[in-house]
Ligand binder design. Sequence first.
Ligand code: SAM
Ligand code: DTB
Ligand code: SF4
Length: 328
Amino acid sequence: MQPRNDWTREEIQHLYEQPFLDLLFQAQQVHRAHFQPNQIQVSTLLSIKTGKCPEDCKYCSQSAHYDSQLEAERRITVEKVVQEAQIAKASGSSRFCMGAAWRNPHERDMPYVLEMVKEVKALGLETCMTLGMLNASQAERLKDAGLDYYNHNLDTSREYYSHIISTRSFDDRLNTLDHVRQAGLKVCSGGIVGLGENQQDRIGLLHELSTLPIHPESVPINMLVPIAGTPLAELERLDVTEWIRTIAVARILMPNSYIRLSAGRESLSDSDQALAFMAGANSLFSGEKLLTTPNAGAGQDQRLFKKLGLQVEKARPSISQLGIDAMA
Ligand code: SAM
Ligand code: DTB
Ligand code: SF4
């Protein structure tokens, strides 16, 4: 059955405001009807170009508009990326996500990223990139090179967006998502909580994501990692139950999507993470680092998975890796 994409804000608000335990129970029921309940998908992130980003996202360590003390780094070599991807694969990741601090890739960057996709894909990993805005032709070339997923977050509600980012609009984001979909790439799109938004903004974000023509296959729900020097550095921390509610409602609205417990996991206890899994999160980023901030390393995660009896989902071989292309 096709999942619904005609959710109303009122329905979403009703789901969101339920007693916490009712919400968790409902989300877990939806989760069990659509996924193996004890399996978790693991991705690894790598920053391929760090810092000096022209965009002014108020949460980000990589924006050139703020003094976050981050050491900027030019494009790293494809060879280095492949080495990191091999390490990620050996530690159990099924997807490798490459991120660049760009407003959009320039044409001169395209041969570099296309070569990278081909080489990482050849290792048998799923590939994901997050490079900022894409035009239709760039999305098509990434698809042709073998890219599986493109990450491009809506981040927050349409109403709150301009409070967080002024160098692009919410519609710019939707346009890129449209190019990504039209090119036949899988979509990874989610948001951040804890940006000083209110509950209506979290509901607004969930409404935008769940009423896209096709739900994103992957929905990362980040919690703000406060970065010294950025405008959001001193914000009061959002209560963790609001993050878990956001995950649970995302699970109910988008039952076939992988919901990812993303940035901010470092600050969660094992039992908070278990609650997030109960709420339907079935994916996470592993590895010592996200893009620029620390994250739970593979060893720490293996211990958690063992404790909770979770199994890591294996990468599904693509049709071309099965040799079906050659037989056709
Ligand atoms: N430059 C690309 C873009 O903006 O699409 C890709 C990289 S950007 C770092 C990817 C996402 O990471 C953002 O959309 C945001 O949701 C998340 N993010 C960035 N900084 C964060 C922070 N300090 N805390 C939590 N999430 C963060
Ligand atoms: C997403 O939603 N979260 C990831 C990934 N997509 C690219 C990035 C998190 C970045 C956290 C802050 C940092 O490490 O700089
Ligand atoms: Fe640049 Fe992405 Fe950071 Fe925004 S979130 S400043 S676009 S790297």
